[in-house]
Design a protein around this ligand. Sequence first.
Ligand code: GTP
Length: 612
Amino acid sequence: YPPNLIKNFSIIAHVDHGKSTLADRLLELTGTIRKGHGQPQYLDKLQVERERGITVKAQTVTMFYNYSKDRRKYLLNLIDTPGHVDFSYEVSRSLAACQGVLLLVDASQGVQAQTVANFYLAFEADLAIIPVINKIDQPTADPDRVKEQLKAIFDINPEEVILTSAKTGQGLEQVLPTVIDRIPSPKGDPGRPLRMLLLDSYYDEYKGVVCHVAVVDGTLKKGVKIASAATGQSYEVNDVGILHPELTPTSHLFTGQVGYVIAGMRSTKEARIGDTLHLSRTQVEPLPGFKPAKHMVFAGVYPADGSDFDALNHAIERLTCNDASVSVSKESSGALGMGFRCGFLGLLHMDVFHQRLEQEYGAQVISTTPTVPYVFEYVDGSKVTVQNPAALSSSPGKRIVKCWEPTVLATIITPSEYVGSLMTLCSERRGEQIEHSFIDGIPTIPFCLTFYRQRVMLKYKLPLREVVIDFYNELKSITSGYASFDYEESEMQISDLVKLDLLLNGEPVDALASIVHRAKAERVGRELCEKLKKILDRQLFEIAIQAAIGSKVVARESLSALRKNVLAKCYGGDVSRKRKLLEKQKEGKRRMKRVGSVDIPQEAFHSLLRSS
Ligand code: GTP
């Protein structure tokens, strides 16, 4: 295939604006999948994607399309991208292989926060942007208004906008011809030595590591030896082909094509995403690559039953083979035993990881309250990044003199009536307003102004920690689900942070330690103590539950003693029945975690850590 007959593009959109459905229609239209066959949302392969209706991992697929205008057959690579804020790393990765995008917007919801974020990712990558307003079949669709928003925010000419319904098929015939007319072909040079960008990789039990690549220059042939620019390792290419939509061997991949390579790599750790692959023993300039994934949220992941450590270890190893964006290191906790500290791109990413551990690998896990990477400077001038609050030293020789916390730049788009409550929410969360603007065009009849439901774009600088803990749910509940939210990483800011310990009968429980802003420490401590009191089973003696900063107790609850005599109702002398009851009690005790002199049932950790 000559590069001028190749087009590489992606669909970018806010969650649920219909990206996967549109992709399905395009696959049907080009005969890549049969209509009405197979499952809907073909590209969403993972079980969690189907259940949650979101795309987590980007998938690629090749289609062939006969263009009636020039009677030529084009090769189109559609690279699906996830819509959720946590996965913008995957989005920018997919965009590196594209020359253009379809910017999809729901005709009734209009431009949302991720539309804005994704638009700028494509705009900064200098890609051709084709605006598409989808779901025009809906009774509440208002495509004219969405056109005005596109004009006001992105300066998009309303005449360039395509109107579609991925559901009824209306307008779909315009999409691929516009892709061919407006998106440039890849610019690589077939005459130069091979260079390919490694876009993604996954582990297949039978085939080994499968890499998705974009061939930038030259030609890749089955049987050649390739090398990684990052590691210098070389590999023999056992299989190459396209994703049409399943792996389809082609023996060659030409300049501009996107496809797969299987080259005997043993683990996905060898397949570094963003790496340049070239022919071994030839010198090439490495491609720009991508920024490495940045971990924004950390949590401890522990087996629900301590003895399952090996099983969990195995499951995590397997899963990280397919999700290289999670970082994993071993840690141990006095309360929870041996486990792992994992770094995630965001909260949803963390949830999805847990769900996959449970669903795909049958692992039962407890995870600690998520935290963000804080930086502390000690009196001796040394600095540490703390991913686990329990690890923060508070010994006298290590007095903390300065701390920094990560912040984000958040974009919120909301109907104007919720602006007041959202501003209150953001200021409670220590946010600083950066922008407040109206995004709908000005209505032409002034009288309508009062009836016109204006949309507002707010930009805030917020501490990441405040965003990580339940911000999204609160934003959704304040605005009845109407506001949308996205964030990008911003700088570290100096902050007054303290370590809040939770003590049971004077013993700190490491799994429940947290780092909080000083002004909020007392409130958080009180809430934690109250929650723990509700959850903990009463013990045979009184328990003091305390929250403390260093040696200063900021909150306290106490739980009175209870004598639980399981034999109380057992009159008379049936020994075997007594024994049975005592055995049962023993079994119950086995499932307790002993912290100092206090037994904490597994379930208590579960409900406490889940609800905080
Ligand atoms: P993510 O993968 O999470 O980013 O979502 P998505 O953008 O891929 O959205 P998806 O294709 O899953 O569609 C979301 C919902 O909108 C589904 O219930 C679709 O059936 C519905 N939908 C998609 N296109 C249309 C359309 O043109 N009209 C109507 N009425 N519904 C549509």
